[in-house]
Design a protein around this ligand. Sequence first.
Ligand SMILES: [Zn+2]
Ligand SMILES: [Zn+2]
Ligand SMILES: [Zn+2]
Ligand SMILES: [Zn+2]
Ligand SMILES: [Zn+2]
Ligand SMILES: [Zn+2]
Ligand SMILES: [Zn+2]
Ligand SMILES: [Zn+2]
Length: 394
Amino acid sequence: GERNPYVCLPCSLMFHYDCIDLPHVISINRHDHRISHRYPLTPGDRVCEVCRQDITWRYGAYSCNKCPDFSVHSLCATRNDVWDGIELEGVHEEDVDTTPFKEIEEGVINHIFHKEHNLLLSDGGQVIHCQGCAHPISSEKHYKCMVCDFFLHKKCANLPLRKRHGLSTHILSLHPGKENSDRLFDCDACGRVVSGFRYEYGDKIVLDVDCASLSWFRNPKRHPHALFLTTLDKGTCVACDKTDVYVLNCVECKYSLCFKCATLPEAIKHRCDDHFLVLSRGEKAAYKYWCTVCEAETNSEKWFYTCHDCGIMCHVDCVIGDSLNIKPGFTFMDEVKGLKMEAVLNDNNSRPLCSTCGSRCRFPMVYNLSINTYEGFHCSIECLLNAAENILLG
Ligand SMILES: [Zn+2]
Ligand SMILES: [Zn+2]
Ligand SMILES: [Zn+2]
Ligand SMILES: [Zn+2]
Ligand SMILES: [Zn+2]
Ligand SMILES: [Zn+2]
Ligand SMILES: [Zn+2]
Ligand SMILES: [Zn+2]
């Protein structure tokens, strides 16, 4: 604890007032193993895995039996956004198998979400999209189905079936998603629609696989220090200025990043350039730049995508749109309302006009909506939902 311990002089016992009632063995959302309260800890320099502040070993704290370096302040481990409130001392620990596939032979697996065929480990090739994260697969190692069009990044094939995350005290389960969904799922961390695999706990929390895998952020090109989810208090993101969002915080200086910005791809292909566009951190620039996609001025102090070969600059939103986690061909159907939406790559020579806002669709994906006799293209999920609402309300 950070505060002065109480000392019982006659027996020279030292304890924090709050520690008397501390549970002995618990499971928290920052770690897969159980942790136990120890007083004192074994000597050494330690940092709390929740608040990232130093731990004074003499005062006691929680630590993991299996990972000697994992320790958490007593008060941080028992915070109600970290611990589910269950004491596990004397409770049998089940061995839960979280591996998502069986290995058939070297380089061939059978994945629980595609049991009908085996998948073969492959290198890059044609333009394909991962069924797990929905991102394109370029040169990365991936599994491809030996029979049908089903692809998974190697890292996505390895996503554990259950995992913990700082945004929930529940254990989250991996869900395969559906090619034809009857519902749109938004990630509770970044707000993006998820079409592929998702981690969830009932209706309480949904995370796309990128946000679910993000418990800390380190990228010296963006910020010299590592960032952590130290609290569920919402904040303002330095990269996109969005307020009231979950943020990863720097503990050394005042710098917070939202999940949406922390999960942006480092490099991405866009129709406006033949090369990969690279994510760049804003700096005060002497010149004005215009976005190649929307032709509006860019704020050079914010993050942007750039091609170093061609010297172009693009807004992050113009390059990414709202479809980062949506696979082309993803459909969403509400049979009760007679509504059908399909996500289509916006890669035709002539880009359609959005039937809601009237502008030329500039994002990587367009959404084709059909309700009864109505049919129209929309530049964003927001425009799509507005159109659907207007039509259904008559
Ligand atoms: Zn702490
Ligand atoms: Zn451990
Ligand atoms: Zn993937
Ligand atoms: Zn298949
Ligand atoms: Zn997300
Ligand atoms: Zn942001
Ligand atoms: Zn910092
Ligand atoms: Zn733009």
